[in-house]
Design a protein around this ligand. Sequence first.
Ligand SMILES: NC(=O)c1ccc[n+]([C@@H]2O[C@H](COP(=O)([O-])OP(=O)(O)OC[C@H]3O[C@@H](n4cnc5c(N)ncnc54)[C@H](OP(=O)(O)O)[C@@H]3O)[C@@H](O)[C@H]2O)c1
Length: 307
Amino acid sequence: MAFSRRQVNILCADCSSMRVQIMGAGALGSLVGALMQLSGFDVIFVARGKQLSALKNRLRVSGLIEAELDVHAVAKPENADITFVTVKAYDTEEAAKKLAEVDPGIVCSLQNGVGNEEILQKYCDKVLGGVTSYAANLADYGHVVYAGEGLTYVGELDGRMSDEAFKVAEALRRAGIKAEAVSDIQFRIWAKAVVNAAINPITALCKVRNGMVVENDNLWKVARSVAEEGRKVMLKMGYDFDAVSEIKRVAEMTAKNRSSMLQDVEKGKRTEIDFINGAIVEKGREMGIDCPVNETLLHLIKGIERG
Ligand SMILES: NC(=O)c1ccc[n+]([C@@H]2O[C@H](COP(=O)([O-])OP(=O)(O)OC[C@H]3O[C@@H](n4cnc5c(N)ncnc54)[C@H](OP(=O)(O)O)[C@@H]3O)[C@@H](O)[C@H]2O)c1
């Protein structure tokens, strides 16, 4: 998708009356917020540290589009019509507590991992689940690279098709983001977690790009075991998911990418492993299904995080 300068300046009347908030304006949040602001929404960027200072100056977008924006960047959330949560999973609880101090409107997670929505529900009234395959990286504080277009799904956790889910999907679409309201968001959250459970830790531990998970027989053997464990857990939950085929498809489609977990490990940052492999192990334990390969990967990554 490409915006011309002229298009960027055209404000959509309906959008400008809607306040959209980005809770955690890092890579993904800055991209979603920028696309929404460029389409005329009134956007609040909640950030912290050096990213907050940089955003107070301006937000630069490069990659699939080029844009520079003056943004409303703040340290604390404000009242809004829709709040997208884009903090890392381990920061969800702290973000949720801050959102509880205001009226965040419809709160929609766009995060990876299992359990974010349940945490948000403890503090916020109206929570939707979300899954996105849009890709963004922070080149520098205040500079996001729009690395790839994808698909975004949002939905009620209980599978109802609600006005709120349609409203959020429609708002994203108005910003040029491919989005759909769905009745199976829980399935999609788990399916993405099972795929990430294979690709992320293997690439992070072996320091390889995603494609190698399929190309290297040894790595593929581990990935298949992770997939099989995830498939069994999901089946017990009532979801029939062909995890092996999907992991192969995603690894091949993103062959040249360096996974976010690989990047986090290289930067010495914390990872989302607890909410990916950790969540599969925990759910398996609850349902009497052993997940030894997921558990091994969990401990190896946590070992690196602490080492
Ligand atoms: N990036 C992608 O392409 C992509 C695609 C799909 C899904 N996701 C998922 O989306 C989520 C975000 O990923 P990301 O890559 O955008 O991560 P990120 O770049 O680390 O962005 C998260 C941002 O939230 C900030 N933050 C955390 N808690 C905050 C708080 N209480 N108040 C204000 N700011 C806060 C973080 O600040 P600090 O840096 O100080 O911690 C960081 O700037 C993850 O679950 C990820 O798996 C990402």
